[in-house]
Design a protein around this ligand. Structure first.
Ligand code: HH2
Length: 277
């Protein structure tokens, strides 16, 4: 079923595009690093994003920006758990942005609804952890590791490589016992890709949709938008909203964004204009 995402507590109808609001409880995220490292500020930010109309809250404790260092498991747990515990009380599905099975397990114990893994459940133990839960999952394509992924961004055929990878991960995760309606896919904008690759992934998004599961995409404030507009990371609101709309117009069903209020407004206009039909 293409238009539904089954998560632990919520069945998300994808008949309209959903907005996933980002909360980075990290010291070093590329756009908001350090702003929400303090748990109480991160909790307030969750509340604010709900007020602004976020459909999903995505909380992470590891920055994946190129060259970012990796926290220890204990550091990552200490960053995200207090925020997750609060977030699950806010009446919206909550996602944990992590690749570590230890963090997934602890988050799932708190009732978190979705595991968003930029490494597509490839770390030992991650697949089993998610399969043994009822959580939704986002499987993302990334080539290499954040520390080095931008060093070599050559592809023979980026569309073929991304679709082949996502199809294989979908098959593997399904075979491990995760029902298809629990899975969404993500091309991983900016993860081991040049701006040209990212634009091509948007232009030819239909080929990713043909895999048969809904697409989640994250263009928000990314450097490809900076390369196009010449704007710094704090000045990419208009470009981020335009990219989210373009992705939705090309069939994405969930957009992962920092600027929830602006994106929600833009999507309301998009729908009122009849573009969703
Ligand atoms: N992008 C980032 C992190 N997690 N997850 C998915 N599914 N898709 C994405 O495109 C994606 C993601 C990077 O953005 P951000 O979280 O703002 O930065 P950082 O990794 O530096 O914390």
């Amino acid at each position: 079923m293409q238009d539904r995402w089954q998560t632990t507590r919520f069945t998300l109808e994808l008949s309209r595009p959903l907005v996933m609001g980002i909360i980075n409880a990290t010291p070093d995220s590329f756009s908001d690093g350090g702003r929400y490292l303090d748990a109480s500020r991160a909790m307030r930010h969750c509340e604010q994003l709900v007020d602004e109309g976020a459909d999903i809250l995505d909380i992470g404790g590891e920055s994946t920006r190129p060259g970012a260092g990796q926290p220890t498991v204990d550091e990552e747990l200490a960053r995200v758990l207090p925020v997750l515990r609060h977030a699950v009380t806010l009446g919206r599905p909550v996602s944990v942005d992590t690749s570590r099975p230890e963090v997934m397990r602890a988050a799932l114990d708190f009732g978190v609804d979705i595991v968003n893994d930029v490494r597509a459940l490839q770390r030992p133990g991650a697949l089993e952890t998610v399969a043994g839960s009822g959580a939704g999952v986002c499987l993302m394509h990334m080539r290499g590791e954040p520390g080095t992924m931008q060093a070599d961004t050559r592809y023979a055929d980026v569309i073929d490589e991304v679709t082949t990878f996502l199809r294989q991960r979908l098959d593997t995760v399904f075979a491990a016992g995760v029902a298809l309606e629990r899975i969404v896919l993500d091309p991983g904008i900016g993860f081991g890709k040049s701006p040209e690759h990212n634009w091509l992934l948007l232009e030819r998004q239909a080929e990713l949709l043909a895999i048969g599961r809904p697409l989640l995409v994250g263009w928000s404030r990314k450097s490809t938008l900076g390369a196009l507009t010449g704007r710094t990371v704090d000045d990419r609101l208009a470009a981020s909203v335009a990219a989210a709309l373009a992705a939705v117009q090309r069939g994405a069903r969930i957009v992962r964004v920092h600027d929830v209020a602006a994106t929600v407004d833009a999507l309301k206009v998009w729908q009122a204009a009849g573009l969703s039909r």
